[in-house]
Design a binder for this molecule. Structure first.
Ligand code: ADP
Ligand code: ZN
Length: 215
């Protein structure tokens, strides 16, 4: 199965994609995670992307498309994948279609903007391994260090109020039109991501199972 998880920043795409990927044995491909890994490693690509990410803007399409194209060629993607945070512009979606990157289902997770701001401003990540937490909804055992590796918890540089607002504007302007694009292709399934994590997982799982049954 080949899925796209679509939704605003803070909708919970990453967490849900990880859970569904594990359940179905799919590769979980997060362009945000991949870009942050490039950044941490200090690669030229990471350096190019950094400014855009810190400002809450999108990284240029050609950079992201190339990253995904290479990643999809890897062995673990042959059994299917979840694209999390890609495509994020109409151009990215059109390039996918033109280059025959297949998609069966686009799962659109809806959450109101006020809720997103609250979620994003409480989000923390591990400086060493990148694991994601939230001060209220998913705290670590001691509130200070990573449960996975003991690393230091930090706030992502784009999870500060000014940049959060910018990311929401960018989402509504550049990414939200993809809903209509995929609705016309008959691939769009929309779920509400308002609830707590476990409840959202239940909703997402049943939507994916239903979509799979129709393939
Ligand atoms: P979120 O969905 O919470 O905004 P991500 O981790 O998915 O966070 O993405 C973080 C940043 O990485 C984005 O704000 C953007 O700058 C960049 N990025 C990720 N995916 C893409 C993409 N498909 N196209 C352009 N930029 C991207
Ligand atoms: Zn860690």
């Amino acid at each position: 199965m080949k899925l796209i998880f679509l939704g605003p920043p803070g909708a919970g795409k990453g967490t849900q994609a990880e859970r569904i990927a594990a359940r179905y044995g799919l590769a979980h491909i997060s362009t945000g995670d991949m870009l942050r890994a490039e950044l941490r490693a200090g690669t030229p690509l990471g350096q190019q992307a950094q400014g855009y990410m810190n400002r809450g803007e999108l990284v240029p399409d050609d950079i992201v498309v190339e990253l995904v194209r290479v990643r999809l060629g890897e062995e673990d993607c042959q059994n299917g994948y979840i694209l999390d945070g890609f495509p994020r512009t109409l151009t990215q979606a059109q390039i996918m279609d033109e280059t025959s990157i297949d998609v069966d289902v686009v799962l659109n997770i809806e959450v109101a903007d006020e809720k997103l701001v609250e979620r994003l401003s409480g989000r923390r990540e591990c400086k060493s391994c990148g694991a994601a937490y939230h001060v209220l909804y998913h705290p670590t055992h001691d509130g200070k260090t990573c449960d996975e590796c003991g690393g230091e918890l930090v706030t992502r540089s784009d999870d500060v109020p000014e940049v959060i607002r910018k990311r929401l504007v960018v989402y509504h302007r550049q990414t939200e039109p993809l809903k209509e694009y995929y609705r016309k292709q008959g691939k769009l399934t929309t779920v509400q991501g308002q609830e707590e994590l476990a409840e959202t997982t239940r909703i997402v799982l049943s939507a994916v199972a239903e979509a799979e049954a129709k393939l």
